[in-house]
Structures are given as C-alpha cells and as structure tokens.
Design a protein. Structure first.
Length: 495
C-alpha cells in the first residue's frame, strides 16, 4: 500500500502571525487524505521561512526521502506552505518528473505541461507578492515618519543624535546653506556649483570616510531634498520634521523651480530613447547625439577609448532580449487566469484581516462597558476607569489606522504584474517599430542596467521578475541549478 507524508510549515514560532497553525494545516491534510483514501505514515512540522531556497532542514530531508521512494508522495495544504522560491521549485519539479505525487488541498496541478506551468506561475507570483508586501508593511518605519523623525542616516549638513532625530552639523550645515543660496542666484549650474563647493570643503559623508570628492549627482540630491527646509519626504508623502531647517521653504522652492526649468529645456530640446540608461564599461553614462540623421551614443569620459554606438544596433540587441521575456499567447492566457486567482487570494486575505480587526474592536468595547459597570458597582474607582478609557481609545485608534490602510490597499500591489503583461503585448511588435516614449518605457520597465562596448551591447541585467520569466524553461525542465544548455544559448548574458 502506498504511504504518504504530510508537510506543514509556518514562518515564525508565533501562532498569532499565522493564518493557519501547524495543527490546523495537519487537520486539513488529514481530512483530504481520508477523502482520497491516502495512507499517511508521517507528519512533518516545520517552523521556517520558505523565502530563500535550500534553508529548510525538514523540507530538504523530506525531498531526500521522496527521492529514495520512502513515500509515494506528499500532501500539503497549498503551494504557499510548500515553497516560495524558484530554487526549491526546481527540486520539486525534478521529483514530479519521477512520478512522485504532490497533493495540494487548495488546488490541483496535474503532472502535465499545463499543470507544471500553472504551478510555476503560482510560485513566481506568490514569491513576488510576498516580497512586495514585506517591503511596504513597516509599521515602525511609518510611525517614525509620522512623528517627524527620519529612520535613515542624516543627510549632508546634519548629524544623527539617535532615535531618528537629527541636528545641524556645525561644519557642513553652513556650507549646505551657501550651496542653496549660490544656486538660487542663477550664476551657477549644478556642475559649476559642485566645483565651487568642493573648494569650500563640502563633502558627502561617504566622501568624508573614503577621502573622495563631491560628485554633481550628490549636489543635485542636496538641492532637491526638502529635508533642508523642514520636510521629511518618503515615497512621495511629506511629513513635518522635528529637525531644525537650514533654509526657508521659499528658497528651496526657487531652487527646485530653477532646476526643473533647466532640465525641461534640456529634455525637450533633444529627446532620445536611451538617455541616461546606457553605461560604458568604464562606468560612465553614454551621451546621445545626432550625426547625418542617425543617433549615436558615446562615452562622456574623454579619456575612454571606446567607440560610439549606433542606436539602431542597440535596438536590435535589446529587441532580441525583450523577446525572451515575452509570454506566448498560451502563457498570457494562463498568467491572466493565475492573476485572477491571486486577486481572489489578496482580497480574501484583506477581508479576513478586516474581520479580525472588527472582532478586536468589539471585544475592546465590551471590555470598556464591563469596566464602567465595575465603576458603578464600586469595584473600580474613577482613576481605574479613566486609565482603561485611555488604553481602549489608543488601541482603537491604532486598529482604525490599520483598517484604513487595508481599505486603501486594494489590489495596487498587483499593478507591476499587469505592467508586465502589457509589456509582453507591446514587445511582440519589437523596439524598431515603437515610438520613442514607448521604447524608453519598455527598457526602463524591464532592465536594471545596460553596459555598452565595441559598438554594441556588452552585458545587461534584467529586473528579477523578468529574469525569472526569461529562465522559465530552465525552471520547469532543468536541474536544481537551472542549467540546461540545449534550452538556453551559452552565455545568454553576453552578446
């Protein structure tokens, strides 16, 4: 008779932070096994994050036992409990190809090309969603901002005094103030102002540590940072800072206006597809120019010996790369189906959290009613009742903020996925036929870096989500390290 192992997992040891405890997962899996008449001979309980591949000891041992045919298969509540990384998915995929059974209570993924693709897509987007969610949900970080504190290293001109608070630095603060005043005079560009402030002794904190000068990019960041006029800005939201401003709001606004005017003139005069998106192998940006009706890109480093590169050549190289991250019509259909499922999961998760908040609020209200009754009965004095009112009010306020955040969250975190699907449709037509704006947008959406050498593209780095899609054939059909040379040309990253 075939025997099966049940695998349960939670990320932390705190049951309050888990939607399903290990016991709840085990109960669900046992019920599934009874319905399917599957014999369970072992239960694995693991408290470990699945975000990084190869880090779960119980999971890895289970894979070895499955490889050795100790079990005919594994039963797990859902994909999310079993794996969240591409590396672990490759290991699972290799076992599925050896007829090891994987039963998911919350979904069906038959061992067919379609089933494998759906499973892979769910893993990719589950990983993607978890990482996006983790970056956004930082309650302590948001609280510091609301209190006017900056939970980062103090910018040039300030020094840290602890707990996110900053105070003006006696040496660099006057220099920063001078930089704003000089630029507002209209007599300096960012480059000439940078040179002037270097002679006066202004340095970035990294420059002070490593003995380096002040680059123009750092000067631009100083001039556009509202922190110097008393505002803490994070993700487009302004908070009133607790620190002492170095300049007034009027001076800051005049400097930003002058910067924007210069940038607008420069961009509207000469629009180019890949301006500030390409780097030479020496590390400098490539500057675009037009010669005989054709667009070329050359290194801004006068000492560099690299040749200029024609834009049409870059179009061809980038077009070839983008075609590797374009989904086929069948894959697009499957992805849209997976997205609908994921939207349902996100919405359900939000509704569950909202119900929990409402339950907590109701419990607090009943507790306060009981405290009032104790006061009337003489059990509580007025001081006890007032203290309970303050505690309940503070807790209700915190729950209300969390409720508001969840209501506003909606499905915005899935926007990047839909942007990707839109890119897939657009990229099918190729870069050469795209407008300047669309061409630039496609490259900005998909690439992290582009390096040019010898009149062509030397190397590139895709954003993680596009890299995953580019290597999807390796994940579903290759080994644990994702290598299969007959499916992928050698040195894909080097043209």
């Amino acid at each position: 008779m075939k025997s099966y192992v049940v695998y349960t997992r939670r990320s932390t040891s705190d049951d309050n932070h888990q939607q399903y405890s290990l016991a709840a997962q085990e109960k669900i899996c046992r019920s599934y096994a009874e319905k399917k008449e599957l014999a369970i001979t072992s239960i694995i309980r693991e408290s470990h994050s699945a975000k990084v591949a190869g880090r779960r000891p119980e999971f890895l041992q289970m894979l070895k036992d499955l490889e050795a045919k100790k079990y005919a298969g594994v039963i797990v509540h859902n994909v999310d409990r079993l794996l969240r990384s591409i590396g672990d998915f490759a290991l699972i995929d290799s076992l599925r190809n050896k007829d090891i059974e994987f039963h998911f209570v919350d979904g069906s993924y038959p061992n067919t090309p379609e089933g494998n693709m759906m499973l892979g897509i769910n893993v990719v987007f589950a990983k993607w969603y978890v990482e996006k969610l983790g970056k956004e949900v930082k309650k302590g970080f948001r609280e510091s901002l609301e209190q006017g504190r900056l939970p980062h290293e103090a910018p040039v001109g300030y020094r840290d005094i602890g707990n996110g608070l900053k105070e003006p630095d006696s040496v660099s603060a006057p220099l920063v103030r001078q930089a704003f005043e000089l630029y507002a005079s209209g007599k300096y560009s960012v480059d000439t102002l940078t040179a002037e402030m270097r002679t006066r002794g202004l340095r970035t904190k990294r420059g002070q540590r490593h003995g380096k000068g002040l680059p123009p990019s750092s000067m631009h960041r100083i001039l556009t940072n509202p922190f110097y006029c008393g505002i803490v800005r994070m993700n487009g939201v302004d908070y009133r800072g607790q620190h002492t401003p170095l300049i007034g709001r009027e001076l800051f606004d005049s400097v930003v206006l002058r910067l924007n005017q210069r940038q607008h003139r420069r961009l509207t005069a000469k629009p180019f597809s890949y301006r500030r998106l390409l780097r030479c192998t020496c590390g400098c940006y490539l500057s675009p120019y037009i010669a005989k009706g054709l667009t070329y890109y050359g290194c801004t480093n006068t000492a560099c010996k690299e040749s200029t590169t024609r834009e049409s050549v870059l179009d061809g190289h980038l077009d070839s790369i983008l075609q590797t991250v374009v989904l086929s019509e069948e894959e697009l259909a499957q992805t849209r189906k997976a997205m609908k499922q994921l939207e349902g999961f996100v919405t359900e998760d939000r509704e569950t959290k909202l119900r929990r908040i409402e339950t907590k609020k109701e419990k607090l209200r009943k507790g306060l009613d009981k405290a009032r009754q104790f006061f009337l009965d003489g059990v509580f004095d007025k001081e006890d009742l007032d203290a309970e009112k303050v505690r309940v009010a503070a807790t209700l306020e915190a729950l209300g903020k969390e409720e508001t955040r969840l209501m506003k969250m909606d499905l915005k975190r899935l926007k990047d996925v839909y942007d990707f699907l839109e890119l897939s449709k657009t990229a099918l037509d190729g870069l050469r036929s795209a407008s300047l704006q669309k061409k630039r947008g496609m490259v900005q959406v998909a690439f992290l870096e582009l390096n040019v050498r010898d009149k062509g593209l030397a190397s590139y780095k895709l954003k993680e989500e596009y890299e995953v899609v580019q290597n999807r054939s390796l994940v579903s059909s290759g080994g644990a390290d994702g290598t299969r040379t007959r499916d992928l040309p050698r040195d894909r990253r080097t043209l």
